[in-house]
Design a protein around this ligand. Structure first.
Ligand code: SF4
Length: 243
């Protein structure tokens, strides 16, 4: 049974070897299962990734990907967005929901980038989390995928899966991040996040996981939370992420 985890990474006790081995085995199998795993939001640079990650709250990646080409053609960088017209931005963001709040967030975020970071996205966690609307999860997504700095993204899928796998009992995202960080070498953190998020979106669903068709079922203590027969489970599999 996993023990409670301190809030500082440096204080996390060394996890048992058996847990480390099982966790790494599961990740290897997921890597083979999802060789194309990556961020499902479209972006071409750190600014775009930061913006689309903020926009992806409470909506689907697909919806964000549908609005982002027009958004970045109009506002290609923080300076252009900070000087942008609120009504125009709101109109563009309508399809992603909460468009007034998200417009406000993007104007504040791009303004802060211009005022404090010369219009560039900073490549440090401590700086990123000082930006309006940017929490640790968003910061780690940007670090891992735009700057190649290893980061663990604790979203709803990641948290659910690591608890089902028995890797940790923690629910606090920072504690989860530290507990899982202790099980894997740093270089694996970003891809580990993608593997778990893809598995959560396609197979290990929150309400009815497809246990009978799950490639890591034999190492999962939560096997049986969903249907265990292959035929029934296979119907629950999704080939794509959030629609
Ligand atoms: S066996 Fe079931 S609960 Fe465990 S990872 Fe697979 S789908 Fe999720």
């Amino acid at each position: 049974m996993p023990t409670p985890t301190p809030t500082r990474a440096a204080d996390v006790p060394k996890p048992p070897t058996s847990l480390v081995r099982r966790a790494r085995k599961i990740d290897r199998v997921l890597a083979e299962t999802y060789p194309d795993a990556k961020a499902e939001l479209d972006f071409t640079n750190a600014f775009e990734l930061l913006v689309v990650t903020v926009l992806s709250a409470q909506t689907t990646d697909k919806r964000v990907n549908a609005v982002s080409p027009t958004l970045f053609a109009t506002y290609p960088d923080a300076a252009a967005m900070a000087a942008g017209d609120r009504t125009t931005l709101e109109e563009m963001l309508k399809p992603v929901g909460f468009f007034r709040a998200k417009t406000e967030s993007l104007l504040k975020l791009s303004g802060a980038l211009c005022e404090r970071f010369g219009g560039e996205v900073p490549a440090k966690l401590d700086d990123l989390v000082t930006l309006p609307g940017v929490g640790r999860k968003t910061a780690n997504v940007v670090l891992g995928n735009a700057f190649g700095v290893p980061g663990i993204t604790v979203d709803t899928h990641f948290g659910r899966l690591v608890r089902r796998f028995g890797w940790t009992d923690e629910t606090d995202p920072v504690k989860v991040e530290h507990a899982i960080g202790a099980l894997f070498p740093k270089r694996d953190w970003t891809m580990l996040s993608h593997h778990l998020i893809w598995h959560g979106r396609r197979c290990c669903h929150a309400r009815k996981p497809a246990c009978g068709a799950c490639p890591v079922a034999r190492w999962c203590p939560a096997f049986g939370e969903g249907p265990t027969g292959y035929d029934e489970a296979a119907k629950l599999l999704r080939t794509e992420g959030r629609a």
